[in-house]
Design a binder for this molecule. Structure first.
Ligand SMILES: *[C@@H]1O[C@H](CO)[C@@H](O)[C@H](O)[C@H]1NC(C)=O
Ligand SMILES: *[C@@H]1O[C@H](CO)[C@@H](O)[C@H](O)[C@H]1NC(C)=O
Length: 272
């Protein structure tokens, strides 16, 4: 009865946990529309999940004007619909869309992800008046959850394939650290700890509470002596190749001495 109730209680807890995890696992990177849908690019995008739902800003100047760039991962940057990266002129507050997140490409390596937003506003004169494009390089940095967005360069003095380049540090794209300790060594460490606690605790108990002296201070001294003797007997029985009866006199003496000793020890233990 009791076991049964515990069982259903556990199932309930697991169900609630699953529900909670399910709610938290909603993937905000799904709002990014890939230029060409592919499983591998989706996988790269999901690595960036910790960076969603946040506007990143960076200031830059092209010598003439000052701009603020706003980047949002798979969401509206600075409130402009479908814009993933927006340039804002600080003086006129004019917003220019650099890239749209419904035209995303995501390329990833072991400790970096390159995100490309295409289909931005057309250039006025440069780059054969093609559409603007933003490349955001996200690199692994274990020290920072989410770093500062930096403008690297605006490459527009060519005929085509111009781009705005940004970089961002984040621990989200770092490879998982493999556990430094193997299961075996963890078990060994636990074993050593348990042994240490047993020895120290037992020693203190024997010394302070029982009031034992000398070797008797070892916890369960009599038991371990017995274990030792029995192991020795076992070894003697298993491993000795020569016949036991070969040296009767010698054996007899040892056995007598041992018996005496055991009796002596038993007497000593009795009052405890
Ligand atoms: C841009 O900002 C710098 C300082 O950050 C300032 O000296 C300069 O006048 C600004 N330029 C324009 C065009 O506003
Ligand atoms: C992305 O959104 C813009 C603005 O709403 C739209 O004009 C464009 O067609 C969309 N692109 C794609 C690939 O859906």
């Amino acid at each position: 009865m009791v076991l049964n109730r515990d069982g259903s209680f556990l199932v309930w807890i697991m169900a609630v946990q699953l529900l909670v995890c399910g709610v938290y696992a909603t993937d905000n990177t799904k709002d990014c529309k890939l230029l060409s849908e592919s499983m591998s690019e989706r996988k790269v995008l999901t690595r960036l999940e910790p960076l969603t739902q946040k506007d990143f800003t960076a200031d830059a100047s092209d010598g003439k004007d000052n701009y603020t760039y706003v980047f949002h991962l798979c969401g509206d940057a600075s409130g402009v619909p479908n814009a993933g990266l927006v340039q804002i002129d600080k003086k006129t507050l004019k917003k220019t869309v650099i890239g749209m997140y419904n035209s995303t490409q995501a390329i990833g390596g072991s400790d970096w992800v390159m995100l490309i937003y295409g289909k931005g506003e057309r250039y006025d004169g440069h780059c054969s008046k093609e559409m603007r494009r933003a490349i955001i390089m996200i690199s692994c940095s274990r020290k920072t959850d989410v770093g500062q967005l930096e403008v690297v360069l605006e490459d527009r003095d060519r005929d085509q394939e111009c781009f705005y380049l940004f970089e961002l540090d984040s621990s989200a794209v770092c490879p998982a650290i493999p556990s430094q300790l193997s299961t075996g060594s963890i078990i060994l460490i636990i074993g050593v700890c348990v042994l240490a606690v047993y020895l120290i605790g037992g020693f203190l108990y024997q010394r302070l509470i029982v009031g034992a002296k000398g070797m008797e201070q070892f916890p369960n001294y009599a038991f371990w002596v017995e274990v030792g003797n029995m192991t020795a007997d076992g070894c003697d029985f298993m491993c000795r190749s020569r016949n036991r009866e070969e040296a009767p006199a010698y054996r007899g003496v040892t056995a007598d001495a041992l018996e005496e000793e055991t009796e002596e020890r038993d007497d000593h233990l009795l009052p405890m």
